[in-house]
Design a protein around this ligand. Structure first.
Ligand SMILES: Nc1ncnc2c1ncn2[C@@H]1O[C@H](COP(=O)(O)OP(=O)(O)OP(=O)(O)O)[C@@H](O)[C@H]1O
Ligand SMILES: [Mg+2]
Length: 366
């Protein structure tokens, strides 16, 4: 408002004043009461009077917007995170991936209860699919597991350790979540994948990209893996962004992988490709290529991939039921409650909600 009124107002006043002076003085010049030189002097000095005033107005405007920006920045700096890292964390360098929600209830802030109290155990290595209607609470369960929020009551544990007792470093290494909104940072494609495990070699990065079927399109970019994703020509589509963030998660090789609608922007062939990679990754440890690359340079953090059975715990949320095919277990969520729990085959045989959802999905494919 101030910006819009103050400076233009001042400019208007200045110009109107000049016009009035010009008019009045011009008549006096015509009458012969004033020399032309004097008229010129008066007009020029009026202009000179207003121009510093305009500069001051401009400065005042910048000052105001700087002040507003400062308020926003300091507001952000003063924000106290609700999810605090513990003072004396319990070390968990190599998580197996046993997950338990012990009598967990949750509501966002002081809002209504989104998840009424429930208990859920997911043994290490299991692939669990969460299905249910929009707003049922699937993402909320995933966010609790990644500790984006703490439960209102009860505890979420990883290998028997409360997530609130884990250092941020251990937690983020053990639990990785890929969401629908894949975010790319400025830098090359390789840099973006390497965020999953800083210090990863080029061979490992490429292996991760291959595992999710991203290698093809990355090679087609102008400079391949070194293409800057913020530059012209390096821009990638939403689906490709998702593949890159997938590769990032694969490279991180976490004990627990959460995919929240992570394949939603992919077309059917790409989704199939990702699923094939995923099945390999989740089923028997790392995809052979990734494992070979890791073994090759002989370092990398100890994760589930190095555990004897090598399987990874996965929680997959997807509206497209094709993704559910690779799951060992399906949980149907409705209104924050888990209403069905079993293998896909069992639930289909039971003829409950999952069977109905599956039937509807089948019909939609015809
Ligand atoms: N940040 C938030 N603050 C307050 N309420 C929220 C927040 N996020 C989600 N909710 C509420 O929690 C409920 C469950 O949301 P959630 O995102 O878990 O659903 P969902 O099962 O993942 O749905 P979808 O399939 O659409 O992704 C909804 O009623 C929603 O309105
Ligand atoms: Mg969701």
């Amino acid at each position: 408002m101030l910006n819009g009124i103050f400076q233009p107002g001042l400019v208007l006043t200045g110009n109107v004043t000049v016009a009035v002076i010009l008019l009045v003085a011009a008549f006096r010049v015509l009458e012969g009461g004033l020399a032309v030189g004097v008229l010129l002097a008066v007009v020029l000095s009026t202009k000179r009077f207003f121009s510093p005033l305009e500069t001051i107005a401009m400065f005042y405007n910048s000052f105001q917007s700087a002040q507003a920006a400062l308020e926003k920045v300091s507001g952000l700096l003063e924000e106290v995170p609700r999810v605090q890292p513990p003072r004396d964390p319990i070390a968990l360098p190599a998580a197996r991936g046993d997950i338990a929600f012990e009598s967990v209830a949750f509501s966002y802030g002081s809002g209504p209860e989104v998840l009424p109290e429930f208990t859920l155990r997911i043994p290490a290595g299991q692939t669990v699919a969460l299905v249910g209607a929009t707003g049922a609470g699937k993402s909320t369960i995933a966010k609790l597991l990644a500790r984006f929020y703490d439960p209102s009551s009860g505890a979420v544990t990883l290998d028997g350790v409360d997530l609130r007792r884990l250092s941020t470093r251990d937690l983020r290494r053990a639990v990785v979540m890929v969401t629908q909104e894949a975010f790319l940072f400025s830098g090359s494609v390789a840099d973006n994948i390497a965020i999953g495990r800083p210090g990863a070699s080029r061979a490992e990065i490429e292996a991760a990209a291959r595992a999710v079927g991203a290698h093809g399109f990355i090679s087609d970019l102008p400079e391949g893996y070194d293409t800057d994703v913020t530059k012209r020509g390096g821009r990638v589509s939403a689906g490709q962004r998702q593949l890159i963030s997938f590769a990032r998660a694969v490279l991180a090789s976490p004990a627990v992988l959460i995919l929240d609608e992570a394949t939603s922007s992919l077309d059917i062939p790409s989704e199939r490709l990702v699923q094939a990679g995923l099945a390999k990754l989740l089923g028997g440890g790392d995809a052979p290529a990734v494992r070979a690359a890791s073994a090759h340079d002989g370092e990398g953090s100890p994760t589930a991939a190095d555990s004897p059975d090598g399987a990874r715990t996965a929680v997959i949320i997807a509206h497209r039921l094709s993704t559910v095919e690779i799951a060992d277990r399906v949980l149907v969520v409705d209104g924050g409650r888990i209403v069905e729990d079993g293998t896909p085959a069992e639930l289909l045989a039971e003829g409950g909600r999952f069977a109905a959802l599956h039937g509807a999905w089948r019909d939609s494919l015809k």
